[in-house]
Design a protein around this ligand. Structure first.
Ligand code: NAD
Ligand code: UDP
Length: 313
């Protein structure tokens, strides 16, 4: 049994990860400042004696004794990370420095939730980990993209300089139950709009593409990566390589919810990447990992979750 710290543990991915680690028999300390996370995501865990919740901002040092750290704290939806861009960069950079400092002091293994956004609007498709990316350093998405890139730099400098055991995962678009209904990301937006009979807001012409990974598959990838040999530092892409256009996603959601909502076209946000698809050769070879859940099956589970939220409104 290990004692494991999960930062951002009350968020979408963090709460699934806490559940998974508790099921594995570990002790979990969840740290979150509730910027986008919610108590309802972890309410069922609070009664477990092996689970501890700390309200804390990772921009400030933290003193706990742990064996492993999963560093997930950071808003992930463009709407939320652009709301307070300075805080977003601080969370990624100061958060990484504080968590790496903690890992160094207690000799913990540390996992970083990095992102496909480090590839920016990619000129190489699909994106392998060797691609350095095509990122605007001064745009609206830069607080997130460059913050995450700087965090990766810090992780690799701590590896070289302090011999830390690091695991850097580059996560591609992931969806599933426990996403915030007002999260602003495409899957939650479309499902909520379809269930409430509101227009489905496709940005641009809807021909931009994304590859959507179901949350259970992703969390399985996290744990496999953390438990892999110390020589596998990453970065490792984790995501589902099956690519869809945003318009195809809208049509699937309308079909699965049997909604009467119609599609409307809104302006495309600045620097919105045109396409994105992970090359997961490394994860397949080194972690024996590949996503199993098809988009339709994952969407059905997610729709079930959002239906309960709409019913409770
Ligand atoms: P989320 O917004 O649901 O969760 C982020 C959590 O971090 C929230 O609980 C929030 O309150 C907490 N947080 C934010 N700032 C904090 C701070 N300063 N101190 C402490 N806690 C703080 O997002 P998510 O989808 O669960 O993403 C989790 C991580 O995975 C993020 O680091 C994100 O960048 C990364 N990621 C997610 C995706 C995805 O598709 N979900 C894709 C790429 C990367
Ligand atoms: N998008 C959309 N309608 C929405 C929300 C998002 O068409 O209501 C588009 C967005 O422009 C982007 C894609 O869906 O091209 C994925 O957006 P999301 O915010 O989920 O994540 P991103 O991959 O851009 O970080």
């Amino acid at each position: 049994m290990k004692r494991i710290l999960v930062t951002g543990g009350a968020g979408f991915l963090g709460s699934h990860l806490c559940e998974r680690l508790l099921r594995g028999g570990h002790e979990v300390i969840c740290v979150d400042n509730f910027y986008t996370g919610r108590r309802s995501n972890i309410i069922n865990l609070l009664k477990k004696s092996s689970f501890e919740m700390m309200r804390h901002d990772v921009c400030f040092p933290l003193y706990v004794e742990v064996d492993e750290i999963y560093n997930l704290a950071c808003p992930a939806s463009p709407v939320h990370y652009q709301f307070d861009p300075v805080q977003t960069t601080k969370t990624s950079v100061h958060g990484a420095i504080n968590m790496l400092g903690l890992a160094k002091r207690v000799k913990a293994k540390i996992f970083q939730a990095s992102t496909s956004e480090v590839y920016g609007d990619p000129r190489v498709h699909p994106q392998p980990e060797t691609y350095w990316g095509h990122v605007n350093p001064i745009g609206y998405r830069s607080c997130y993209d460059e913050g995450k890139r700087c965090a990766e730099t810090l992780f690799f400098d701590y590896l070289r300089q302090h011999k830390l055991r690091i695991k850097v995962a580059r996560i591609f678009n992931t969806y599933g139950p426990k996403m915030h209904p007002n999260d602003g990301r495409v899957v939650s937006n479309f499902i909520m709009q379809a269930l409430e009979g509101k227009p489905i807001t496709v940005y641009g012409d809807g021909n931009q593409s994304r590859s959507f990974c179901y949350v259970d598959d992703l969390i399985d990838g996290f744990v496999r990566f953390m438990n892999s040999g110390d020589e596998l530092t990453g970065p490792v892409n984790l995501g589902n390589p099956v690519e869809f256009t945003i318009l195809e996603l809208a049509e699937k959601v309308i079909k699965l919810t049997r909604s009467k909502s119609r599609i409307i076209y809104n302006p495309l946000p600045y620097d919105d990447p045109v396409q994105r698809q992970p090359d997961i050769t490394t994860a397949k070879k080194e972690l024996k990992w590949r996503p199993k859940v098809q988009l339709e099956d994952g969407l059905k589970e997610t729709i079930r979750y959002f239906k309960k939220i709409v019913a409770a409104k």
